[in-house]
Design a protein around this ligand. Structure first.
Ligand SMILES: Nc1ncnc2c1ncn2[C@@H]1O[C@H](COP(=O)(O)OP(=O)(O)O)[C@@H](O)[C@H]1O
Ligand SMILES: O=C(CO)[C@@H](O)[C@H](O)COP(=O)(O)O
Length: 466
């Protein structure tokens, strides 16, 4: 039986799945941690790749890498990083983003041209930041890659020409999702100089070999998740990893001038409108740490409180936020009284996380051709019992829990199988899922959303205290 290897090099770790290409069944799975922080030496990802995927590689007939989107891997002519890669959640380029949006003619013009209103996550803003704050490093630069391109390039033995795919390329801010072409003038305008770009491979193109193993193009982690989940019409992937992501597969490009939904491309030739929050699983990590419990303890406390946590609301823009655009924000806890309990505090963390995702779902719904009718819940924090229990009511749509799995790595494996088989379309792999029970309809979710929206509006314009 042919085996394929799918790799997810996401923010906090690398996950590698060896999968039976015929059935999609996982044969073996390994992981390795990444360093913390929002700026990382890309060579650490090579080490994590080696630890997680290295022992499985020889057994694979094909391999594909899904990687965290947007990170700026800037390399010199010898292929070595000139600077730490600034990750999607590094907000230092927020000022550069605002400047670039203005230079492009405003938010709608930015979305029309690039698919997205540029924000600090988007690669091009990091290059502008380097121009202004790391000019020496940028002066030594030869090429710029995305995290998945960098890993794929190394797998292929660092050939002269690197490759990427249209899905990940669409998160750079110098790629047109309309024409599937680079817009190198936008890169040059931001960076103040040209840089060599990878070739954009076709979906399921063989881009190289590692020994006998065929290398597939790979893609961004969210595009890989969409492949892994096999998203159908009306399905919204809701991922609660380091980032919170709501995404849907669409047949045409989008250009949301509000900046809430990014108009990315997917890995198959279609499109992936996507709303992404900077703060997600780490909201629960914080709640657990403040309360001195583990994730299950946090869930137990949260479920012992009531909807609305007796008036305690957390606006969870902890490390600045992108959806909505509040790069300078911090979190806000509102409604503390002398009667507030540990249970209420835990509940406010879980509800705050889910309400921030409800905002992302609402933004997706506001785009006429992509109305979500079902949420498929994935990512590290989807394991949390309180998240599972409260999601249907707070998100306001039926929620299904795909059987626990690493859907980014699985999607990468599915792309590898597609590439190996040379078929028209990716192989049909089943995605078993359990529908989560929706609580009886009541006024609670509406009140919850109103309290959250009120706090969101009252805090507009607030910035992080120094
Ligand atoms: N049972 C759980 N409850 C809440 N959070 C969890 C649980 N298990 C893992 N997490 C959190 O999920 C996050 C990792 O999720 P993952 O999807 O792997 O992230 P990424 O892909 O961004 O690296 C971590 O912040 C971790 O603490
Ligand atoms: O910036 C985005 C999407 O635009 C993030 O979703 C990154 O792609 C990182 O994802 P995770 O590590 O949270 O999966």
């Amino acid at each position: 039986m042919p085996l394929v290897l799918g790799v997810d090099s996401s923010t906090q770790s690398t996950k590698a799945l060896l999968v039976d290409a015929d059935s999609g069944a996982v044969v073996e799975q390994r992981t390795a941690r990444h360093p913390d922080g929002t700026a990382v030496d890309p060579r650490r990802w090579l080490e994590a790749f080696e630890e997680a995927a290295g022992p499985l590689l020889d057994r694979a007939d094909a391999v594909a890498v899904g990687g965290q989107q947007h990170g700026s891997v800037v390399l010199d002519a010898a292929g070595e990083p000139v600077h730490d890669a600034l990750l999607w959640n590094d907000m230092r380029s927020a000022g550069a983003a605002a400047d670039l949006v203005e230079e492009l003619g405003g938010p709608q013009a930015s979305a029309d041209l690039t698919g997205s209103v540029l924000n600090a996550s988007i690669t091009v803003t990091k290059l502008r930041w380097m121009r202004d704050h790391a000019a020496d490093a940028l002066g030594r630069a030869h090429r710029v890659l995305l995290p998945h391109d960098y890993l794929t390039w190394h797998l292929a033995g660092r050939p002269e020409e690197a490759t990427t795919d249209r899905g990940d390329a669409s998160g750079t801010g110098y790629f047109s999702p309309h024409t599937d072409d680079w817009m190198p003038d936008l890169l040059e305008r931001a960076a103040g100089r040209p840089l060599v770009l990878p070739r954009v491979a076709e979906p399921a193109e063989v881009v190289g070999h590692h020994g006998r193993t065929v290398i597939a193009p790979g893609t961004g982690d969210n595009m890989a998740a969409a492949l892994g989940l096999g998203l159908g019409p009306g399905d919204a992937g809701v991922s609660i990893g380091t980032s919170g992501v709501v995404s849907m597969v669409a047949t045409g490009p989008s250009a949301d001038g509000t900046g809430m939904v990014a108009g990315f491309a997917d890995a198959t030739g279609r499109f992936l409108p996507l709303a992404c929050t900077v703060n997600a699983a780490r909201i629960l990590d914080l709640g657990a740490r403040l309360l001195g419990v583990d994730h299950d303890g946090l869930a137990e406390l949260a479920l012992a409180s009531v909807p609305g946590a007796h008036g305690l609301t957390l606006l969870p823009y902890l490390d600045g936020e992108r959806t909505p655009a509040r790069p300078d924000a911090a979190g806000t806890l509102h409604g503390l009284t002398s009667a507030t309990t540990r249970e209420d505090l835990a509940r406010a963390h879980v509800e705050g996380l889910l309400l921030s995702l409800a905002d992302a779902l609402a933004a997706m719904d506001a785009m006429s051709d992509a109305s979500p009718t079902r949420a498929l819940l994935i990512g590290g924090a989807a394991r949390n019992p309180a998240v599972r229990a409260l999601a249907p009511a707070v998100l306001g749509v039926p929620v299904a829990l795909p059987h626990p799995g690493e859907y980014v790595a699985l999607g990468a494996a599915r792309q590898a199988a597609w590439t190996l088989l040379g078929s028209e379309a990716p192989p049909d792999w089943p995605v078993p899922a359990t529908e989560l029970d929706a609580p009886e309809a009541g006024p609670d979710a509406g009140e919850l959303r109103a309290a959250y929206a009120g706090l969101r509006e009252r805090t507009a314009g607030w910035s992080t205290p120094s």
